[in-house]
Each structure stands twice: as structure tokens, then as C-alpha cells.
Write a protein of this length. Structure first.
Length: 312
């Protein structure tokens, strides 16, 4: 069983436009509204990949109730801690031949009582699962080491931790004595962590960067190379993953779908090759869909066979 954590869920609204006009009216012909936040994108893809999960996090108000209703529609089991404040909206405008402009509300500000309530709730859920994913930003009011506290509780319960966050939260987790089992940083996040310019397409240099002390005791590091695939480090082994050329419909949620693939494969104790191919296939299939955090499972085997993994 996999537990997915979304501390700052949202109603995700996707607006496709041929052209985004500034300082005037843009009329939307179609809109897609989903239960969003990175962790809920992960949840949907885990469900579509056929694995069992529980989605958790913090929800409140009418928007929170809407999110839970959409999860019910998708038959995604969930068990959230509830607060008195309203959950948030997030808007993605897809426009002008692949450009993406996002408007993201900050969301609620949690109290110390809200934080303690969630941690108590979370500890109970840890008793039911083997692996937990933690995705996205923390809501206001929580300290930057809140994920680190959650990681410590998970590791004490012998639950594997996959962390996908950025900024101070990621820094705090990596500088602690309780490291996540897997992280999935992008080029910008690596540069912030290392306080230097990082070129993810310079493979030799990237391998050296991933051997830096801040990443010690992190079992898995997976770095996207965009259309070039990914580079991964597992223990002392490095892998270069190559993907086929595909038609990208929407990139929204592809990183979350990749994390879902990693979670499903790692929970099954798959080989390194199968784990990485599952992850990249899930990410690719999401980019081929207009919906956020969505894959077409019937295409999985076809594209899985097109992914190559080479130890370097």
C-alpha cells in the first residue's frame, strides 16, 4: 500500500488558449477541473497503474469538499485531516504553441494545532502502508523542516519515503539526519542546493554533482533531462535513461506521473531497470494527455518497451 501526501491541495483548473491576450478578455471554450496539488496527481497515476493507495494531506472548506468529491469520482481512497480554512485554487493557462502560464494561490495558513492534528493522523496512516510520497509545497504556518519531521516518523515506522519538493523544505530534509529514500530534483533545484550553476545535459559534471555530500545517504536521485530522458543515481550506480520522441499535448503533471511510476515500482521491489522504465513511461504517457496527472494504461507496455536504461 502507498500513502500519498499533499499538504497544500488545490482545485486545478486548466485553460487551453490558442493565444493569451494581455490586458483584455480571454474567453475559454473548455476548462478541465481536477482534484489537484502534486500529490493528488501522483495519486491518480498510481491508481491508473493498478496499485493500492491512500491519499492524505490537509483540506478545508467548500473547495476541500469539492476535492474529496472529485477523488470519490475517480475512486481514489482518501483520508485527510480537516481544517477550518478554505483550500486553494490553481490555474494553468496553456497557450501559444506549448507555453504554460500558472496562477497559484498560496492556500491556507495552518496553526500549530493544525500541524499537530495532521502529524497524529499521519502516524496512524503509516501503520497501513509500505511507502509514502510527499509532494509539493507546504502551506503557510508550517516550518520548513515539517517534511523532515514527517520523514523521521516514516523511517521509524519502516516506511520508504519519496520526497518531491523544493526550496527550504528540500534543503532542510537533505541537511537533516533523516534523509528521504528518493528525491527528484530538477536543474533549478540542484543549482539552489549546490549554490552553483548546474548543466543537467553535461552528464559527467552532473554525476559529480550528485556525489556531493549533501546527497549522501539518499538512496535514489532521479533528475529529468527533458526530451533527453533522465539520469538516475541508485547507491553508487548511475543510469542514463533514454526515451522515444513523442507528441507532447500537455506537460502539466508529468513530473508527478514520473514519481507515481517510481512509487509503484519501488513498492513492488522491481529491478533498477524496471523501476526507471516504469517511471519514465508514466511521465511520457502523461505528456500525451490533456488531463493533468493522467495516463492511458493501455499504452503502457508499448512505450515501456521504447525506454532504454544504460548504466554509466
Amino acid at each position: 500500500m502507498i500513502l500519498t501526501v499533499t499538504m497544500n491541495p488545490s482545485i486545478d483548473m486548466s485553460y487551453p488558449l490558442a493565444h493569451l491576450k494581455i490586458d483584455t478578455v480571454n474567453r475559454i471554450q473548455e476548462v478541465n477541473k481536477t482534484a489537484g496539488g502534486k500529490g493528488l496527481n501522483v495519486s491518480r497515476v498510481i491508481k491508473q497503474l493498478g496499485s493500492q493507495l491512500i491519499a492524505t494531506g490537509v483540506l478545508g472548506g467548500y473547495f476541500g469538499a469539492y476535492i474529496e468529491a472529485r477523488l470519490d469520482d475517480d475512486q481514489i481512497p482518501h483520508d485527510f485531516a480537516h481544517i477550518d480554512q478554505e483550500s486553494r485554487n490553481s490555474i494553468a493557462i496553456l497557450h501559444d504553441d506549448g507555453n504554460q502560464t500558472e496562477l497559484l494561490e498560496a492556500g491556507p495558513t495552518l496553526t500549530s494545532a493544525d500541524a499537530e492534528k495532521f502529524l497524529t493522523h499521519y502516524q496512524k496512516l503509516l501503520q497501513q502502508v509500505d511507502l509514502v510520497t510527499m509532494s509539493g509545497s507546504l502551506p503557510g504556518g508550517l516550518a520548513s523542516d515539517f517534511y523532515e519531521q514527517m520523514i523521521q516518523l516514516a523511517l521509524a515506522a519502516k516506511v520508504t519515503v519519496l520526497l518531491d519538493t523544493s526550496g527550504a523544505s528540500l534543503q532542510a530534509a537533505l541537511e537533516s539526519n533523516h534523509k528521504p529514500n528518493l528525491i527528484k530534483p530538477n536543474e533549478t533545484e540542484l543549482a539552489q542546493l549546490l549554490d552553483k550553476t548546474v548543466d543537467v545535459h553535461d552528464i559527467a559534471s552532473l554525476k559529480e554533482d550528485l556525489a556531493t555530500a549533501i546527497f549522501s545517504n539518499v538512496d535514489w536521485i532521479v533528475v529529468s533531462l527533458g526530451a533527453a530522458g533522465a539520469l538516475a543515481k541508485h547507491g553508487e550506480r548511475y543510469y542514463q535513461i533514454t526515451i522515444p520522441k513523442i507528441k507532447v499535448v500537455s506537460p502539466v503533471g508529468s513530473g508527478d506521473s514520473t514519481l507515481a511510476g517510481l512509487a509503484v515500482a519501488l513498492e513492488k521491489h522491481n529491478s533498477d531497470e524496471t523501476t526507471l522504465k516504469t517511471a519514465m513511461t508514466s511521465g511520457m504517457l502523461n505528456t500525451m494527455q490533456a488531463q493533468t496527472g493522467f495516463i492511458e494504461p493501455t499504452l503502457f507496455d508499448e512505450y515501456f518497451a521504447k525506454v532504454t536504461v544504460k548504466e554509466i
